[in-house]
Write a protein that binds this ligand. Structure first.
Ligand code: ADP
Ligand code: ZN
Length: 742
């Protein structure tokens, strides 16, 4: 496992043999083994970190000057750098970070650089943007003030002009609403330079009055930020204890010191409520960084970070690779979240790499969670990380009461999924004018469709997976590739009409049952299939907060972050779901997810109750949830992992061999199996077909290397791979510290 940045030295960069002043090494954002030499023409002054354009074969490519000098290629064959971009150079710490991540994850440095470039268009000076202000002209006849329009107008009535995207974000509406207002002449466009359109967060605005324990934690964090040195702190507190308010104090301190702040969130698009809170606290929206940005947003945000104008960036894992010139604090919220692990391209864990980034930049980092990962807890216990506790919920709120529903005794009717006791509790809650939530971490209507006549099961042609029925969309979909077909009328195998039966529940099916049971209730679904984009989520969150919704039904999208004071009942339809498959972290993840979901109940003045429907009430996870005894649970998990030599007490690296040609894949996998490192205490499992032996049309085999903590797995794996030739049709991916075993 990742035990901190001291575990491995930074990648060696040997001094070049001849430090010729007119040649430099340029790293290109491509999966190449290293940096390439280029000639520096006298009229192009470029030094380390500068972004430059160079020729590569017939193409022009943007790269970064990685080092002076170079060697190996004679002068005559060197090609020249074509131009240098007018943007501050990539800071040295960022370049060291790119090298470090490449060495740790065993990815080419260029592939990591690609993430750091983010938006090559950001290298060009920004064009003026169009902002809008209220026009003095009278409203046109027939002008309709919809609620969304009113919100836009209200925002502009006391504030500077804002860009359309920013207005739309603030008003929680589509960008079309802003454009419509401009077309109607109610808003007036003004040209602004991007830097003028920015509003800086104001650290001096007061936060809430903190409780005693909150104040202690906030002061400790503020002191660390003031000291401005590397150190990892776990901010550990139950859901609703005020962790966000506490780390906002650290953010304020870093902003006061004039430094940049990075807050990493697991799923940025889902945190509209968080952004609203941030804006309320600091008087301006943060800069966002995630995969759904428009090209314009990417460009301006990247550049604003590079020039130091962006003071506070809130982003998903890739924000870690932005070129902050003066980063003073990193916060990783929900540090235990699996979404921090990137599973394709460069395979890395953003929480772990954030610790490395903090170490290289000598800045403090705060990891925040109500259910910290075993990795982080082990690092605290080993004294590598510090820990601050917030023991109780803020104000009058108390933790919810947990009840287990034994599904073997308290059975739902045939073809239904809610146990009688949960149904009764839902009825009482809704009658009492309170809100409830039903959680099932499974999208669609039914996870399996089979033919009652011949038993045929509908399977994805490209993956080892059943097709999931999405009844609202009238489709069968594979949740692993894009495969999608219309729901057939008859069995594709035996041709019998009307014989297909849906098996098991997805959220859509639970919603159907709830609508049948509670026809009066205002029900909404919260899943990635029913809500598109942050605005839709924000709109729904607003409705729930405003009590326009009585019953919310959804997947894990609903589990995190949201604060609904009137919500007093949470029902988990299938608490056992995550325990199936049983990989290394299945119990830990189930515990975290269910704690998180349970934490939605009773956050206001009224106490909450959580019902967990389970066929295994005696399972340690269920018992730990019942007793709200996280530390006992973690201790027992730790004992099991120690006994098995598993992370965080041992190390793993996975090799995934894949390709369309099964024989070629098998040949490479077998050869890797034969050449596996043979050392005391190092064990190699496999090759074995991956649980998804076929995924997106590719055959997959896995090997797993297990070693004691002290072993540097990267060099072992590198030597191992060196011995095995791999044909072009086969790919071998290395996953250091794997989280997915599929
Ligand atoms: P966590 O991040 O631990 O789940 P939050 O910071 O979201 O907790 O706090 C839960 C709720 O309680 C939020 O609505 C927050 O604004 C409120 N809250 C927390 N601490 C205070 C405080 N000291 N004064 C006022 N409200 C607070
Ligand atoms: Zn598929």
């Amino acid at each position: 496992m990742f035990g901190g940045p001291d575990e491995m030295p930074a990648a060696d960069r040997p001094a070049p043999p001849d430090r010729a002043a007119d040649r430099v090494r340029v790293l290109l954002p491509l999966p190449l083994p290293g940096a390439y030499d280029y000639r520096l023409p006298p009229d192009v002054p470029a030094g380390p970190g500068d972004y430059v354009e160079v020729p590569l074969g017939p193409r022009r490519v943007v790269g970064v000057v990685w080092a002076e000098g170079g060697g190996g290629i004679e002068d005559g064959r060197l090609r020249p750098i074509l131009r240098r971009f007018d943007v501050p150079p990539m800071p040295e710490v960022q370049r060291r970070f790119v090298d470090w991540v490449a060495a740790y994850t065993m990815a080419p440095a260029g592939a990591v650089l690609k993430m750091a470039l983010g938006s090559a268009a950001g290298l060009e000076p920004p064009r003026p943007v169009t902002a809008y202000r209220l026009s003095d002209a009278p409203r046109p006849p027939g002008f309709k003030a919809t609620p969304a329009r009113r919100r836009v107008l209200e925002i502009l009535s006391d504030g500077p002009p804002r860009g359309a995207a920013e207005l739309a974000l603030e008003a929680g509406c589509g960008i079309g609403v802003v454009r419509g207002l401009a077309d109607a002449g109610v808003l007036e466009p003004v040209a602004m330079r991007v830097s003028e359109a920015r509003r800086d967060p104001d650290w001096a605005l007061p936060g809430p009055v903190l409780s005693g324990p909150q104040r202690d934690a906030a002061q400790a964090l503020r002191a660390k930020v003031r000291a401005g040195d590397y150190g990892v702190t776990l901010l550990d507190g139950v859901t609703g204890s005020g962790k966000t308010e506490v780390y906002f104090e650290a953010v304020a301190q870093a902003l006061e010191a004039g430094r940049q702040v990075l807050v990493l969130l697991p799923e940025i698009a889902l945190s509209a409520q968080w952004l609203t809170r941030f804006e309320a606290r600091f008087g301006a929206p943060p800069d966002l960084w995630h995969s759904d940005l428009t090209p314009h947003q990417r460009r301006t945000t990247w550049r604003a970070v590079a020039t130091g104008q962006a003071r506070l960036v809130v982003g998903a894992r890739s924000a870690l690779f932005l070129p902050f010139p003066d980063l003073g604090l990193i916060v990783v919220d929900e540090e235990h979240e699996g979404a921090f692990k990137q599973e394709d391209g460069v395979i890395y864990h953003a929480r772990d790499m954030a610790v490395v980034r903090a170490h290289l930049g000598r800045v403090p980092i705060v990891l925040v969670s109500a259910t910290p990962s075993l990795e982080t807890v082990a690092n605290c216990e080993a004294g590598r990380y510090e820990r601050l506790d917030l023991p109780s919920r803020h104000g009058n709120a108390v933790l919810p009461e947990i009840r287990l529903i034994d599904m073997r005794a308290d059975r739902p009717e045939r073809g239904r999924w809610l146990a009688p006791s949960l149904r009764d509790a839902l009825a009482r809650t809704l009658e009492g004018g309170e809100q409830a939530m039903l959680f099932l971490n499974r999208r669609g209507y039914a996870p399996l469709t089979l033919c009652r006549a011949c038993g045929f099961r509908l399977q994805c042609p490209n993956c080892t997976a059943w097709l999931v029925e999405h009844r609202l969309a009238g489709q069968l979909r594979c949740h692993h590739c894009d495969h999608c077909v219309k729901l057939p009328d008859s069995c594709p195998s035996c041709g019998t009409g009307g014989s297909l039966a849906a098996c098991g529940p997805g959220v859509e099916r639970v919603a159907e049952e709830a609508a049948f049971l509670f026809p009066e209730a205002r029900i909404a679904m919260m899943t990635s299939d029913t809500l598109f984009g942050p605005h839709a989520v924000e709109e729904l969150v607003r409705k729930v907060t405003g009590h326009e919704i009585d019953l919310l039904i959804g997947t894990q999208m609903m589990a995190k972050g949201h604060h609904f004071p009137l919500l007093t009942l949470v029902g988990v339809v299938d608490a056992d779901l995550g325990l199936q498959g049983g990989d290394l972290r299945a119990t830990e993840r189930t515990f975290q997810l269910l704690s998180q979901v349970a934490g939605r109940a009773g956050r206001g003045d009224r106490p909450g109750t959580v019902f967990l429907q389970t066929y295994m009430p005696e399972h340690p996870v269920m018992q730990a949830l019942l007793d709200t005894d996280r530390d006992a649970f973690l201790a027992s998990e730790a004992r099991e992992r120690i006994a098995a030599g598993m992370p965080p007490y041992g190390r793993l690296a996975a090799l995934i061999v894949s390709g369309e040609d099964m024989e070629a894949v098998d040949a490479v996998a077998r050869r890797l199996g034969r050449t596996a490192p043979r050392m005391d205490a190092v064990q190699v499992l496999g090759p074995a077909p991956a649980p998804f032996a076929l995924l997106r049309g590719r055959h997959r085999r896995r090997l797993l290397l297990k070693a004691p903590r002290g072993v540097q797995v990267q060099s072992l794996v590198a030597r191992w791979l060196d011995q095995v030739p791999v044909p072009g049709s086969v790919r071998v991916q290395v996953d250091v510290d794997p989280y997915s075993f599929l």
